[in-house]
Ligand binder design. Structure first.
Ligand code: FAD
Length: 313
């Protein structure tokens, strides 16, 4: 039986008081300007206070962000407060290139890595051609990384099916092959229909997958941009989502409030279905994800010092 809003709130209250809070992680993309770099640094400082499982940094599919991803990961790792997880893709790379990047990360102390095929060089939706001498798909990349070092390997999963897959069943079999090749956990593409995730999770269990499939949560503030990206990635946008943002093009602050509310509702609905891990696509900004985490019961670790600061504020 579905829980009512009050029961859900009560459960969150119980989580907070019993310290049974969910596990969270945050995703950033590498900065390409100095001001973005400053924003990211501030955002990471804020979000790391929530004691996340890791902070991940994306990778340009064609290796275009190789140095910037590496630098961002190195600076997060150097803080010594949170695990940094680099993303790595197959597109346009030879196996030996991947191996040397993986070595560099391992030497840096990195143990978690996200293994992806990457989008084709023409962008999501363009035809994909594997690189000669490279890994054709994420499955083979997982195999290569697992053979090279004792990485904890994460992979991508698609509750609404990856657009290149001939069928949902084929795509789920692909996820199973990635786990069989050595991945430990999956993070999903963002979605707005909670049912899509729950059906996908059930189908995965029926296929014999017992690895965690962590929902990727995208707090949305710009519906037009979301529409463009979601079309190329075959992600369904419910009518209610469009209605929620209609008429707010010139009102960014209101959009932020709506965005936080929608994401909070989504995570509460998932929590009611027993989900206890959430991965947030931060788009390099902390505020929304921080608010959603707070509502989930994920709180800043209170030290004597922070208590004093909060009491004085
Ligand atoms: P795969 O698992 O290899 O699957 C790709 C497609 O090929 C699927 O349709 C699959 O069913 C099919 N397939 C698999 N094996 C075969 C085969 N042998 N023959 C035929 N078809 C096959 N992109 C980036 O460029 N950089 C990032 O940092 C990044 N981070 C991401 C993080 C998350 C959490 C997610 C969900 C996606 C991310 N992406 C990123 C996007 C991702 O690279 C694209 O969705 C890409 O198109 C697929 O990558 P994959 O690892 O899922 O590929």
């Amino acid at each position: 039986m579905a829980l009512g809003a009050h029961e859900l709130r009560d459960r969150i209250h119980t989580n907070i008081t019993n310290s049974m809070t969910p596990k969270v992680s945050f995703e950033f993309f590498p900065a390409n300007t100095e001001s973005m770099e400053k924003t990211i640094r501030r955002s990471i400082e804020k979000l790391e206070s929530l004691n996340p499982e890791f902070i991940s940094v994306t990778y340009g599919a064609d290796g275009s962000t190789r140095e910037r991803t590496f630098d961002a990961i190195a600076s997060i790792q150097a803080r010594g407060t949170v695990d940094a997880m680099p993303h790595l893709t197959c597109v346009g790379a030879l196996k030996e290139d991947i191996a040397s990047i993986a070595d560099e990360y391992y030497e840096l102390g990195i143990r978690k890595i996200m293994a992806l095929r990457g989008d084709p060089q023409g962008g999501a939706g363009a035809a994909y051609v594997p690189t000669e001498g490279g890994f054709p798909y994420a499955e083979q990349l997982v195999e290569g990384l697992a053979a090279q070092h004792d990485f904890d390997i994460y992979v991508a999963a698609y509750p609404e099916t990856h657009p290149d897959a001939p069928s949902p069943h084929f795509d789920l079999q692909n996820l199973k092959r990635k786990f069989d090749a050595g991945a430990s956990k999956a993070i999903t593409q963002y979605f707005f229909n909670t049912e899509s995730y729950l059906r996908f999770r059930d189908a995965a269990v029926r296929m014999g997958i017992d690895n965690p499939i962590i929902p990727g949560i995208l707090p949305v503030t710009n519906f037009a941009t979301l529409q463009r990206f979601s079309k190329a990635s075959s992600i369904a946008l419910p009518k209610w989502l469009e209605t929620a943002f209609a008429g707010l093009d010139a009102e960014p602050e209101t959009r932020q409030l709506i965005a936080a509310n929608i994401a909070i509702e989504q995570v509460i609905a998932l929590q009611a279905e027993g989900v206890n891990d959430f991965h947030f696509y931060t788009l390099n900004r902390a505020e929304l994800c921080y608010a959603v985490c707070h509502a989930l019961g994920v709180r800043r670790a209170l030290t004597n010092e922070s208590n004093t600061v909060e009491a004085a504020a």
